[in-house]
Design a protein around this ligand. Sequence first.
Ligand SMILES: [Zn+2]
Length: 249
Amino acid sequence: MDILQLSHYLDNLLGIKEVKDSPNAMNGLQVQNTGDIKKVGLAVDLCMATIEKAIAVDCNMMFVHHGMLWGGVKPIRGNFYDKVSTMMRENLGLYSAHLPLDMHPVLGNNKALADQLELYELEPFGEYGGQKIGIKGRLDRISAEGLRVKLEDKLGSPIKVIGSGEVQTIGIVSGGAADILTQAAEAGLNAYLTGEGSNHHYHEAIESQCMLILAGHYATETGGVKSVGKHLEEQFGIKAEFLDYPTGI
Ligand SMILES: [Zn+2]
């Protein structure tokens, strides 16, 4: 299976054409290559470090959450040139899925987080661009500290909890989606989990009595790419390797 065939499959699987993403995001095939896809490298971010990791472990395609092409047309020079030329020279293809990967009901980042927290009664949550991009659900009653420890254990990264009390209902939107805290508070949820936030979100969490859990932008977006890799292994026997390059943010 070559990269065009695999991209076509992924476009359908992830609903690439149906999902409304930020105007800057380009979902789907970003760099074509030649030959059969034998090994896919999975990464949260496309950057020089993950490209080098992919080459070192003999991947001929990368599947990433944050791709190489953001912000429209730009000259191929500097760091951008380094990445493009390396990928071309090494015959390394690239496929990127941003919001379609966050929100996918089976393989998505938010579903992976919901599974790690053992949530039940799952429902779509968190509106962006007229669609629900996150998940909400219930969990067995747990203290703020208990939830922090559990998440830290599952994600392997430091977790910041703003607010206190017990949690039974929670909304989740991976990445940099702290603005959706308002929707969690309006829905009467006990807590809202996302990757990163700004200073003003602290006051919003305290005043709206909706606990804000910041689990890291990178850490909350590792689940989706891993799920896609597992899916490609099961479906097509393509080897998959997670290329971990945590930013700590
Ligand atoms: Zn993100």
